[in-house]
Design a protein around this ligand. Structure first.
Ligand code: ATP
Ligand code: IP8
Length: 238
């Protein structure tokens, strides 16, 4: 099976100061590529349906958490509707309810039943406090349990190093790329942009191949073709 993260930069207008603008044409395009898919877990980012809310309201009281979480839900409903229209048996799983006592056996059963579980970036309760959880972190946690054949992060960019698209990351070059990476540029972002994605991807790549790519390569990734940026399986130390 595969785990696929659809970045918030793809399905929303993720620009500084922009609240809740969805990119419905892209959602439709993604859903058409994923038509009828099974044996996959989808996780989506929230882009302008979460990051600007956290920046504006914080997450230190109940009302602010409600605002952030409900914005994530609005995007989830929209994205899942496009998937449903394209014959994907979506089963939305909301991290605010699922964590911190995740029932992964239930997710296994859902997959066996033919559902496609759909997680998303959210706020979750941890101890006495709430914190933001990124879709990228959820992908890493799920990968540890489900041991997928491969993991893909679709976003608005491959990994760029010194102005060039990185084709392959391996044990030789991963450290120099890591030094060069930044968070999200020109966007409201509270989860670390490409830098955090790359760190999570390297952890996952200790067990399987990982790909970070733009929308143009989603179809190829789903057909098991090699697309840039490929992160080879390796013993990455962070
Ligand atoms: N070296 C780099 N290569 C590619 N992107 C980079 C690099 N350094 C920083 N970035 C930034 O990281 C962004 C991608 O991270 P971002 O968190 O926005 O993706 P996403 O997963 O689609 O969003 P979300 O977290 O909402 O799901 C790029 O648009 C770019 O601004
Ligand atoms: C900002 C919130 C609430 C979640 C962030 O998830 P991401 O868009 O996957 O980074």
């Amino acid at each position: 099976m595969k785990i696929l993260k659809i970045g918030g930069s793809l399905i929303t207008e993720k620009r500084e100061g922009v609240f809740e603008v969805a990119k419905e044409k892209e959602m439709e395009r993604i859903a058409r590529i994923l038509k009828g898919v099974r044996d996959v877990i989808i996780v989506h980012g929230v882009g302008s349906f979460g990051h600007p809310h956290v920046k504006k309201y914080g997450i230190s009281d109940a009302m602010s958490i409600t605002k952030v979480h409900n914005a994530c839900l609005r995007l989830n409903v929209m994205f899942c509707s496009y998937l449903e229209k394209n014959n994907v048996s979506v089963f939305p799983i909301h991290p605010i309810e699922f964590f911190p006592s995740p029932d992964l056996k239930m997710v296994e059963k859902l997959l066996k039943f033919g559902f496609v579980p759909v997680f998303h970036g959210d706020v979750i309760m941890e101890g006495e406090k709430f914190r933001v959880i990124s879709g990228d972190e959820i992908v890493r946690m799920l990968s540890e349990h489900f041991k997928p054949e491969k993991v893909g992060f679709a976003s608005d960019s491959e990994i760029i190093y010194k102005g060039e698209v990185v084709e392959v990351v391996n044990e030789k070059n991963y450290r120099e790329i890591l030094k060069d990476l930044r968070g999200a540029v020109g966007k409201d972002d509270v989860t670390g942009g490409m830098l955090n994605k790359y760190q999570e991807a390297l952890k996952i790549a200790r067990n399987c191949e990982v790909y970070i790519f733009s929308l143009e390569n989603l179809e190829k990734f789903m057909k098991d073709e090699i697309v840039p940026t490929k992160i080879e399986k390796g013993n990455y130390k962070l």
